[in-house]
Design a protein. Structure first.
Length: 232
């Protein structure tokens, strides 16, 4: 009986030490979460995973406000990471992908209400077409710290393109957005998170300060989608 007790006590101590160790391990690996949105508004389909309702978006933003999270601009995140700044554990970044018109209609008024900065990565050749933002809408949002980044010309899967095609998609989107907005575009987002070392080099050569990707992290059977930064 004493042996059984000793075994249980040993296992308990091992578990306790493991938990404490894991907590410290996590603390050292803390990264600023990037909350990434696509559509905001009424989902056209109940199961559309890349849409959040206006009500839910409002709730999420009010949650951030009520609980005192610090919403960093994407630029602050990049600058801080390059300087090796230790961010507070309540820091978050808000990001939108693709440049859908509902971002202006539903998300922008809420972001403005809470004075939250955000970045919208635009698929440049889609801007102005049905369902997407117009250049004027992008300009209006930029006045309230909801700024534009580049997301290729056609939402291309970059690793599948030739280097010339990838260059056109990456540098072409930067050029087009800069021409319409009249300022430099510093940040890039890889469509569907896809990049290679060559693609990364093209983004660097195009003049971007940083690029962001979406990584899928597998924890056993659970697949977690995370935005991890691939800085260049
Ligand atoms: Zn996208």
């Amino acid at each position: 009986m004493r042996i059984v007790k000793s075994i249980f006590l040993g296992l308990f101590l091992m578990l306790l030490i493991g938990c404490v160790g894991f907590t410290f391990w996590l603390r050292d690996r803390y990264v600023v979460p990037i909350l990434t949105y696509h559509h905001v508004g009424i989902p056209s389909c109940k199961w559309r995973l890349n849409t959040v309702s206006e009500k839910s978006f409002e709730y999420q933003m009010s949650f951030i406000k009520r609980h005192g999270f610090q919403v960093l601009s994407f630029g602050d995140l990049v600058d801080g990471l390059k300087k090796g700044i230790q961010f507070s554990r309540n820091a978050v970044v808000i990001q939108f992908d693709d440049g859908y018109e509902d971002n202006y209609t539903y998300a922008y008024p809420i972001l403005k209400k809470y004075h939250f900065p955000a970045i919208i990565f635009l698929v440049s050749d889609k801007i102005g077409s049905p369902g997407f933002l117009t250049w004027d809408e992008v300009k209006v949002m930029e006045r309230d710290n909801v700024v534009a980044g580049a997301h290729t010309r056609h939402h291309a899967n970059l690793p599948q393109l030739t280097l010339e095609q990838a260059k056109d998609e990456i540098a072409g989107s930067k050029k087009m957005i800069e021409e319409h907005l009249g300022h430099t575009i510093d940040y890039f987002c890889y469509p569907s998170g896809g990049f290679t070392e060559s693609v990364k080099g093209i983004a660097r050569d195009a003049g971007f300060k940083a690029a962001v990707t979406t990584n899928r992290v597998s924890l056993g059977l659970i697949l977690i989608y995370m935005n991890l930064s691939a800085f260049i």
